[in-house]
Design a protein around this ligand. Structure first.
Ligand code: PLP
Length: 461
């Protein structure tokens, strides 16, 4: 299996290199040269298989010769072993033909665990094979940091530092990240917003001498390994719903377009997916490009769904590549427009393809709160705000006879302030109501300054 860059200027690489490198050297994103496909018979044969078995069947098709099958099976069994539910990604019915896919039973209670738990052992395995070490630096708005700290802690030769905006993550998320710090895994609060954190990380990667000196790597949502691990639960869901002839409609709370793009990958592999609806908050660039064809970031609005407060949806470039019929020159032209004119307009044929495969809905904060309340009063189900954005988008886009599945990307306790404000209570990770702890340890602080962060990273070695 070969991976090519969306920008067309980097040599094709294998799975191992795509995962260890993250971003392609030409600034593009890696994706497979051809889509591996399940035949209908192969899919049917997976009915009743465990989550890990389906993950193995999906990921081995992308991994090619990079890892021995038995080794991959062992790593994946370990990856999903400490999820708090035997189904790993269980479905809960919330209405006629409507389900919520709970992706928050992993160790840090958000769907980021699905990808991190799988790519951490894979990366560690590949590094050990090559006798290399690695320093992972990233920016987080809350969930990615926790999942990465948890998945990479204690892995020989891998050091981790995540930056988060001071005061910009929920108290639960901050507490969780501080608890997950270890000798090799660290977080620091930056005096600034998420964009400042991301700008610093980008500057570190742009400095080639520094990058080489500390063996810098990234596990942000453009890493191909994360996408492929996330495509698994779309397939287990189709299997659990009996591979219906109508296909399944998925509604996905979206930010960086990684999660819903994984649904697109599952569809390319042959999973019966009828529709993929992008649910956004007020930061609605994806809904706007769907409605108008114009992709143009605007100022960021902070909301009660911070994981979706994103203006440039990095993984959209991967879909764009296919919408442009895999023409890297056409893609580079649009990306140049984004850099120079602050946006681009999709060609008509590409927009038509986008609309044929995807729907999109933008949901405001009041509608999100109302949906948390309405869902609870109708079904006693407690949704986190991100999930509620997708529940509201689902209510606006009836799926006809096809089953409709809303992805629940976080446990409500991670955003318990908003949930408590709406419902008067919030369930904890067990059955008991959540009782907030007294403010605990304070995070390490770091200046909003590239050189200060570089010095901090060097000190990790
Ligand atoms: C990361 C995240 C999202 C957005 O996922 P993308 O892959 O960036 O589209 C949505 N909800 C929660 C809770 C998240 O942590």
């Amino acid at each position: 299996m070969q991976y090519i860059s969306t920008r067309g200027q980097a040599p094709a690489v294998d799975f191992k290199t795509a995962i260890l490198t993250g971003l392609a050297p030409d600034g593009g994103l890696y994706l497979p040269a051809d889509w591996p496909r399940f035949t209908a018979a192969e899919l049917s044969a997976l009915r009743g298989a465990s989550y890990t078995d389906v993950a193995f069947e999906v990921i081995r098709r992308f991994a090619g010769d990079s890892i021995a099958p038995e080794q991959l099976r062992t790593l994946l069994a370990e990856a999903y072993d400490d999820f708090g539910h035997p189904a790993v990604a269980p479905l809960v019915q919330t209405g006629p033909r409507q389900w919520v896919l709970e992706l928050f039973h992993g160790p840090t209670l958000a769907f980021k665990d699905f990808a991190m738990q799988a790519i951490a052992p894979l990366m560690a395995h590949f590094l050990a094979q090559e006798g290399r070490e690695m320093t992972i630096v990233g920016a987080t708005s809350g969930d990615t940091g926790g999942a990465a700290l948890r998945a990479f802690a204690g892995r020989a030769g891998i050091r981790v530092l995540f930056l988060f905006p001071r005061g910009g993550v929920s108290p639960f998320q901050q507490e969780q990240m501080l608890e997950l710090c270890s000798e090799t895994t660290h977080v620091a609060a930056v005096e600034g917003n998420f964009d400042d954190c991301q700008r610093i990380v980008k500057a570190l990667f742009a400095d080639e001498a520094f990058r080489e000196a500390v063996s810098l790597s990234a596990v942000n949502s453009i890493n191909w390994g994360r996408i492929v691990a996330q495509s698994v639960y779309y397939i287990t869901t189709c299997l659990a719903l009996g591979l219906p002839e109508t296909g399944v409609n998925f509604v996905v709370p979206s930010g960086n377009f990684g999660d819903i793009y994984a649904g697109y990958v599952a569809r390319r592999m042959g999973a019966p997916i009828a529709g993929l609806t992008i649910a956004t908050n007020e930061n609605d660039i994806l809904a706007r490009v769907h409605a108008t064809g114009r992709y143009a970031p605007t100022a960021l609005t902070p909301t009660i769904t911070p994981a979706m407060d994103i203006q440039v949806a990095s993984n959209f470039e991967r879909l764009l590549f296919d919408l442009l019929e895999r023409d890297p020159a056409a893609l580079c032209q649009l990306m140049a427009g984004l850099d120079r004119q602050g946006g681009f307009t999709l060609p008509e044929a590409a927009l038509a393809r986008f609309r044929a495969g995807f729907g999109a809905e933008a949901v405001g904060q009041q509608a999100c709160r109302d949906r948390i309340a309405a869902t609870h009063s109708a079904t006693r189900y407690v949704a986190d705000p991100h999930t509620a954005v997708a529940l509201e988008a689902a209510a606006r886009t009836p799926a006809g006879r096809a089953p409709q599945v809303v992805l629940s990307t976080a446990h409500p306790v991670k955003f318990n302030e908003t949930v408590t404000e709406v419902l008067g209570f919030c369930p904890g990770p067990g059955q008991a109501p959540f009782a907030p702890r007294a403010a605990g340890a304070r995070p390490e602080e770091i200046a909003n300054d590239i050189e200060a962060v570089k010095a901090r990273v060097r000190a990790l070695l």
